[in-house]
Design a protein around this ligand. Structure first.
Ligand code: HEC
Ligand code: HEC
Ligand code: HEC
Ligand code: HEC
Ligand code: HEC
Ligand code: HEC
Ligand code: HEC
Length: 412
């Protein structure tokens, strides 16, 4: 989802209502105005001792030689498909297809959301003078926006997003691709404005229908949510494969498969990309190819409060990251081949890889950083709070690990 608008509110302790949003709205508005300078001043680049320790924008990474996620210049025959990997990499192949990442897109006909809700209409309280309907028919789903005696129709092509929070539709109306103006949100089990699009009441039928996708926007949308949407640099969404798959991260694998089948180990290893050899900063940027690398966020100048969605950016602001370290890269806490773990206790060991525990005042050989005086478990519940993003009807975990003081505004 392109992000231009919105603000965040801090969630209370699990289950409580969000704090007074008026103050937060005021704070958010302030951020919108002060954002560009505030952000550039605040963004701290990490220690730069060698080139691999330098943060880069994704578009810069893509200019360099070698594999990087969202690259679309390989030919179709260079890909083997995720199913081919399963023959030799059973462990990753058993769990990865079940993750939200693997379901980051579906052809609209396969959308579980649409199958379970064959008729979706604007919310009863929707103030828009336009009525939006998504209706599942035998031949596919139709998207209709009506006002008075006028209607604009299109065919749903793709459903973007697994639906953890929501699902946004890519609609074809007379050969033009639109990002629909209404998105399905799981929390309300209904339609509401698509984040990033204007939520102002419009009198204009096309605006109420959606946002026509410029070729570059469409290509990047598919590059993050599908596989093989661009081949040899040509955007070809009709043949994209749904979701994030093995080759989204490891690069085209046909040559690796052939070599390994022929027991040519060295050649096989050279033909596949493994992120495990990247430096901590590169690893953060690697996931950031889709989750937005720190410098991508600085470059987009996206409205500030929603930057809680951009974990690589948030993490890089944390004092824990003042010296980038393999114990705090994305993969230290998230196995990219498995679904995210929701139990708070799962993450304690990750913190205690660096921080001493409260009882053990002597620094161990590895855990050398200050201990917490307040608690010795459930670290993330206090130091990685969740913030609600109203436009998403859901909340995100702040990856700027820090001491959170009551009443303090969301730090930018
Ligand atoms: C015919 C068996 C075979 C197939 C099919 C296969 N691999 Fe491999 N792969 C291997 C072997 C053998 C190794 C080296 C030993 C190891 O790390 O397990 C390897 C290593 C790797 C590595 C680590 C590379 C490194 O430098 O350490 C990655 C990543 C990888 N494979 C990804 C894939 C992906 C993605 C696919 C599907 C496109 C795939 N493999 C298909 C056999 C296979
Ligand atoms: C090719 C793009 C791409 C890359 C590279 C990528 N991600 Fe994702 N990731 C996504 C998308 C898209 C989603 C949203 C899935 C959905 O629709 O809910 C996502 C979702 C996630 C989630 C949330 C899962 C949930 O339960 O909601 C985690 C955790 C995650 N990614 C971790 C990582 C890590 C760690 C890396 C780096 C190793 C990484 N991702 C690299 C595209 C990517
Ligand atoms: C730079 C990569 C990138 C681009 C471009 C991008 N997305 Fe995403 N999208 C992500 C990632 C990563 C997530 C998961 C984290 C989050 O929700 O912010 C995500 C989440 C989503 C979700 C929520 C999924 C859920 O399960 O709740 C939707 C819906 C979505 N994107 C739709 C779109 C659409 C539609 C476009 C293009 C018109 C688009 N995105 C462009 C990377 C991208
Ligand atoms: C979201 C990105 C992502 C996806 C999707 C993904 N991987 Fe990985 N994979 C990684 C990362 C990152 C590592 C390195 C983990 C680390 O450093 O601890 C890795 C490591 C591996 C390794 C071990 C390499 C080594 O050096 O030890 C293998 C094998 C592998 N992946 C295979 C697969 C297969 C097969 C699939 C599809 C079923 C897959 N991966 C999907 C990101 C991904
Ligand atoms: C120190 C551990 C830690 C590190 C490092 C970490 N995460 Fe997380 N991440 C978490 C926790 C805790 C959650 C919340 C899990 C839950 O409660 O569901 C989370 C949730 C997420 C989610 C789901 C959406 C959300 O905001 O709740 C995504 C996506 C994600 N992380 C991506 C990343 C990426 C990308 C990186 C690397 C920049 C990263 N994480 C690094 C601990 C970590
Ligand atoms: C790679 C090692 C590493 C990991 C892993 C790590 N930290 Fe840190 N953390 C540090 C360092 C280094 C500092 C800065 C200490 C200093 O400057 O005195 C720090 C500082 C902190 C601070 C104080 C921040 C402030 O603003 O004063 C808190 C709170 C904290 N960490 C909590 C956590 C939690 C919770 C986790 C797990 C989710 C975690 N850390 C994981 C290394 C780490
Ligand atoms: C109940 C909430 C809570 C939990 C759970 C919690 N902390 Fe803290 N932590 C705090 C507060 C509050 C402070 C600030 C104390 C002060 O200086 O006033 C703090 C301070 C810290 C500091 C700074 C210490 C210093 O002296 O600079 C670190 C590091 C830290 N916590 C790490 C952790 C780790 C690691 C865990 C899990 C093992 C954890 N915390 C669990 C609330 C918590």
């Amino acid at each position: 989802m392109r992000l231009r608008r919105g603000w965040v509110t801090r969630l209370g302790k699990a289950g409580q209502t969000p704090q007074c949003s008026l103050i937060l709205v005021a704070a958010a508005l302030l951020c919108l105005f002060t954002f560009p300078t505030a952000l550039s001043a605040k963004h701290r680049s990490t220690t730069k001792s060698s080139p691999s320790d330098m943060e880069e924008e994704t578009r810069q990474r893509l200019r360099e030689h070698g594999w990087w996620p969202t690259r679309g210049d390989a030919a179709r025959h260079e890909y083997a498909g995720s199913a081919a990997c399963a023959a030799c990499h059973e462990i990753e192949s058993a769990s990865q297809p079940g993750t939200s990442m693997a379901h980051a897109a579906e052809p609209a006909n396969d959308s579980v959301v649409l199958r379970n809700a064959p008729l979706l209409s604007s919310q009863p309280g929707d103030p828009s003078p336009f009525q939006t309907t998504i209706r599942r028919e035998a031949h596919g789903s139709e998207y209709t926006v009506v006002r008075g005696g006028y209607a604009m129709r299109g065919q749903l092509l793709w459903a973007m997003g697994a639906g953890t929070m929501g699902q946004t539709y890519i609609v074809d109306a007379d050969g033009t691709l639109y990002e629909a103006h209404r998105t399905y949100f799981s929390e309300i089990k209904g339609l509401d404005p698509t984040p990033g699009q204007s939520d102002k009441l419009t009198e204009n039928m096309e605006e109420a229908f959606g946002h026509p996708l410029a070729a570059t926007d469409a290509a990047s949308c598919f590059a993050c949510h599908t596989l093989q949407s661009s081949v040899k640099g040509q955007f070809d969404p009709a043949r994209a494969l749904p979701g994030v798959g093995c080759e989204s991260c490891h690069g085209p694998g046909a040559k690796h498969v052939r070599a390994m089948q022929n027991n040519q180990l060295d050649e096989g290893l050279r033909a596949i990309f493994t992120p495990s050899s990247l430096s901590p900063v590169e690893k953060n940027d690697f996931c950031g190819a889709c989750h937005r690398a720190p410098l991508d966020v600085v470059a987009i100048k996206a409205f500030l409060p929603i930057n809680v969605r951009f974990q690589p950016y948030r993490l890089s602001h944390s004092r824990c990251w003042s010296k980038p370290d393999a114990r705090l890269t994305c993969v230290a806490c998230h196995n990219p081949h498995e679904e995210v773990r929701h139990e708070t206790s799962f993450y304690d060991a990750r913190c205690l890889a660096c921080h001493r525990s409260r009882d053990d005042e002597r620094a161990s050989a590895t855990a050398t950083v200050a201990a917490c005086k307040v608690a010795d478990h459930q670290c993330t519940s206090c130091h990685m709070p969740k913030y609600r993003v109203p436009s998403m009807h859901g909340s995100f975990t702040d990856h700027d690990i820090r001491i959170v003081r009551a009443g303090e505004p969301f730090p930018l």
